[in-house]
Write a protein that binds this ligand. Structure first.
Ligand code: PMP
Length: 402
């Protein structure tokens, strides 16, 4: 598997131990080749051209949409909107759907384990509409408190937006169960799937969510492209998010009419090569077998938890029963940046800081933490190496943990 990722150069003097998958995944050769090959052979702008290349490029772009719809089991391809990434997908829903329906005193619910991308867009739309943003608490184990969700839900709740997998706690949330409760209250469920898409099956039809958002760069694909899935009756009624070429039916100086979904939400020249790369990433996942990714992740996570059990002075944020291979660790009196710097000296790439989830870290009473997160290319030996080096780093910083 590692040989399929050119970044893991076997000849390198110091091997790369990449434990920062949750920030972005490394790219297999087939994704790199698909993007380079598209630019080398098939590249042109799409949709507005009559010439052969434009038709080829348009087909490649639309093939990517078809494959994406199949990948997440969306009922129709028009329910797959290409955007820049998870962040843009959430902003699109907040500004188009949210602004359309929210009135003063309505409520939007998010949870205590959200990434900034699933907090700030809702703050903005709540401020503009006069709606209230409320926060679903999490349990001590770092799981969504479903009783608290029930207590918060009511006729005033219009939108609930939660992550499928937490980028800090690793918790896999029971989205189907959340959807059942949210729909019983008459609200709409938005799911931030940024961390879920390679760690747990994502079938938007079975999950029964109304919107689902993810980024290609976290599933071994390129940056700059992501997906918003939406239920078609909701998307069809939503106003455009941005105006420009490609999203219109007719344009006059006084008014314009808009294209159908999904084009209505894809103003301007899209990331055509990005869509080709996303398709290649989906083929990569399919070729390996999606279940392999989940199984491998579970094996790495349980090994990491075993190693962690030997280190009582290291605090793990979140102990959810159902989790992804994302472990965020805090060591008393050691700044995470110092640890990450020493680990980097040994070729270990981990994230350190607030992980774009400041309110969650505040609640856990830590200001910064080190996060190790794994992909299909990581090994049990790398997990061992990480914990060995963590212990050495703590000793060097004057706070031995063993
Ligand atoms: N939500 C979660 C849970 C994430 O982990 C991330 C990426 N760190 C995002 C949203 C934002 O994704 P992107 O930067 O690709 O838009």
């Amino acid at each position: 598997m590692r040989a399929r990722f050119p970044i893991f150069d076997e000849e390198a003097e110091q091997p790369l131990v990449y434990l920062d998958h949750a920030a972005s995944s490394q790219k297999p050769q087939e994704v790199i080749d698909a993007i380079a090959g598209f630019y080398a052979r098939d590249y042109s702008n799409i949709h507005r051209g009559i010439h052969r290349l434009s038709m080829i490029a348009s087909d490649r772009y639309e093939d990517a949409r078809t494959e994406t719809a199949r990948f997440i089991n969306a009922p129709t391809t028009s329910q797959v909107v290409f955007v820049r990434g998870t962040t843009e997908a959430i902003n699109l829903v907040a500004q188009s759907y949210g602004e359309q329906i929210l009135r003063p005193n309505d409520e939007v619910l998010i949870s205590e384990m959200e990434h900034h991308s699933n907090i700030v867009p809702w703050q903005i739309v709540c401020r503009r509409s006069g709606a209230r943003l409320r926060v679903i608490p999490i349990t001590n184990a770092g799981e969504l408190d479903l009783d608290a969700l029930d207590n918060l839900l009511g006729p005033q709740t219009k939108i609930v937006s939660v992550c499928h997998v937490s980028n800090v706690l690793g918790t896999i949330n029971p989205i189907q169960e959340v959807a059942r409760r949210v729909h019983a209250a008459g609200a709409v469920l938005v799911v931030d799937g940024a961390q879920a898409i390679t760690n747990t099956p994502v079938d938007v039809t079975a999950l029964r969510c109304d919107f689902y958002c993810f980024s290609a760069h976290k599933i071994y694909g390129p940056t700059g492209i992501g997906v918003l899935y939406g239920r078609d009756e909701l998307l069809a009624r939503m106003p455009p998010y941005q105006g420009g070429g490609g999203m219109i039916e007719s344009v006059g100086y006084d008014s314009s009419t808009y294209a159908d979904i999904p084009s209505r939400f894809e103003a301007g020249t899209p990331h055509i090569a990005g869509a080709v790369g996303l398709n290649a990433a989906i083929q990569f996942l399919r070729g390996v077998g999606e279940e392999q990714f989940y199984q491998h992740g579970r094996a790495l996570a349980s090994h990491a938890l075993e190693r962690l059990a030997e280190l009582p002075r290291v605090r793990l944020l979140g102990r959810a029963a159902h989790r992804a291979p994302i472990l965020t660790l805090a060591v008393d009196d050691i700044h995470a940046h110092d640890l990450a710097t020493l680990l980097d000296e040994n070729g270990i790439a981990v994230r350190a800081g607030h992980h774009c989830a400041t309110p969650l870290l505040d609640k856990q009473e830590v200001s910064s933490a080190v996060r190790l997160s794994c992909g299909i290319y990581n090994t049990l030996q790398e997990i061992d190496f990480f914990f060995d080096q963590l212990a050495i780093a703590c000793t060097r910083l004057g706070k031995p943990i063993t």
